[in-house]
Design a protein around this ligand. Structure first.
Ligand SMILES: Nc1ncnc2c1ncn2[C@@H]1O[C@H](COP(=O)(O)OP(=O)(O)OP(=O)(O)O)[C@@H](O)[C@H]1O
Ligand SMILES: [Mg+2]
Length: 403
């Protein structure tokens, strides 16, 4: 059951929200816009604290952000910010702990989708914990999804960037991609980013001690994905230690629902540190005998080390019938099911060279479809909360807000 509150002044938005959730919300129009939860709760006439608040502060955007931060931090209320300046808010909304940003002109379907996404987070973990403080034990934790392989050049970065973009499109503001191919990472070129900060900046100095400082060093991709790119110089990356990686991933998992990690080939001590914190391991292999045998050895090694505890997905890349190996051959060698087969396709290097992942452009290619399947495996689409009957009305109808 979810209690939904709209705090806003736009009758148009309230009407579209009414259509989106069949009126199952409480709407209030306080003037001026409240800046503290105390002021807000005074307008609720004793109604219980909402689970999800849609704040539509109009021109009083600063008040909206201040209220959002306090609701999230002090009252565990999930917040969607409704603003015509949503596109410019990015990091500021993230810092306030806002779960999603909706344009004030959003149609009922868009509003419903955003509420469904938030409802999914509220009803099931992973939910980034509220009011996280450095050093505090996380009560709820996002999922760390790591893409790895024993061999180089098999498509890890291609898979990681597409996976992250695919998840971010489903769960905006809730996904971060970390390039932990620490010496030669190329995530930023695959996403066409020119980042100001990179991995060494976030594993040292204030950002390594303070989650708020860390957030200011993230790079925002146009899909709503947050990115920590690899080091510009291999020398600077030498200062990134395995323990600083563990700490970084723990901090990010406390702030984001999904943390996607790209790694260097093989099982370096850095990658082992990542695997120690990983919930879902995505193993990639190319369709050739050395690659497949290498994957078998990696699986054996990880089993011996007791590091294959979480869920695991196997991606077979560069698939072509003419290569003389079948999926069944690969499964027999690795003694594990192949979950997703990515065909060899010329659109992949083109997208990498353009810096536009296939799941960003939504090209209709078999390889894009296969990448979507992988996203389905690791971050299933939220079911409609309204369909599940989970929306709960405070008892008053939206016309209160629309009046
Ligand atoms: N399915 C595919 N079809 C065609 N080309 C592909 C496919 N997957 C990946 N590639 C290409 O293969 C090259 C290597 O891919 P990618 O950089 O993702 O591999 P990697 O495992 O991250 O490599 P490294 O180990 O060096 O980090 C890239 O040029 C990419 O465009
Ligand atoms: Mg790579």
């Amino acid at each position: 059951m979810m209690r939904l509150l709209l705090v806003g002044n736009s009758p148009g938005f309230a009407e579209r929200l009414t259509e989106a959730v069949s009126g199952a919300f409480l709407g209030i129009r306080p003037v001026p816009f409240p800046t503290t939860p105390h002021q807000l709760f005074a307008h609720l006439n004793g109604a219980p604290t909402p689970d999800l608040a849609l704040l539509e502060p109009g021109p009083e955007l600063e008040a909206g952000l201040t209220l959002a931060a306090a609701l999230v931090r002090d009252h565990a209320v999930n917040v969607i910010l409704v603003s015509d300046q949503g596109h410019a808010l990015g990091l500021r909304a993230l810092r306030a702990g806002v779960r999603d940003v909706l344009d004030v002109d959003s149609n009922p379907q868009e509003i419903r989708d955003a509420i469904d996404r938030a409802a999914e987070f509220i009803q099931t973990t992973p939910v980034p914990p509220i009011g996280f403080q450095p050093g505090q034990t996380a009560q709820a934790r996002g999922r760390v999804i790591t893409v790895a392989s024993p061999k180089g050049g098999v498509g890890k970065t291609t898979v990681a960037t597409n996976l992250a973009v695919g998840i971010a499109k489903r769960f905006p503001q809730s996904t971060v991609l970390v390039d932990l191919d620490i010496h030669f990472g190329d995530v930023s070129s695959g996403l066409n980013l020119n980042p100001e900060y990179s991995l060494p900046d976030v594993t040292q100095g204030p950002a390594s001690r303070d989650s708020m400082a860390l957030k200011t060093l993230l790079t925002l991709h146009e899909t709503g994905l947050y990115v920590i790119p690899g080091s510009e110089s291999p020398a600077a990356a030498d200062n990134v230690t395995p323990s600083s990686i563990t700490h970084l991933l723990d901090t990010l998992a406390a702030q984001f629902a999904y943390v996607v990690v790209d790694t260097a080939p093989g099982l370096s001590e850095h990658t082992l540190a990542v695997l120690d914190t990983t919930d879902t391991l995505v193993l990639v292999t190319s369709l050739d005998v050395p690659g497949v045998r290498g994957l078998r050895k990696e699986l054996d090694t990880l089993t011996e080390l007791g590091m294959l505890m979480g869920s695991r997905k196997v991606v077979l890349n560069f698939f072509e019938a003419s290569r003389g190996l079948t999926v069944a051959d690969v499964e027999a060698t690795i003694r594990t099911k192949v979950d997703v087969v990515l065909p060899q396709s010329s659109v992949v290097p083109i997208s990498v060279n353009q810096g536009i992942p296939l799941l960003q452009s939504d090209a209709r290619e078999p390889v894009t479809k296969a990448l979507h399947t992988l996203v389905d495996h690791v971050a299933p689409r939220p079911q409609s909360a309204a369909t599940k009957g989970s929306l709960f009305s405070f008892g008053r109808r939206a016309k209160d807000a629309a009046r």
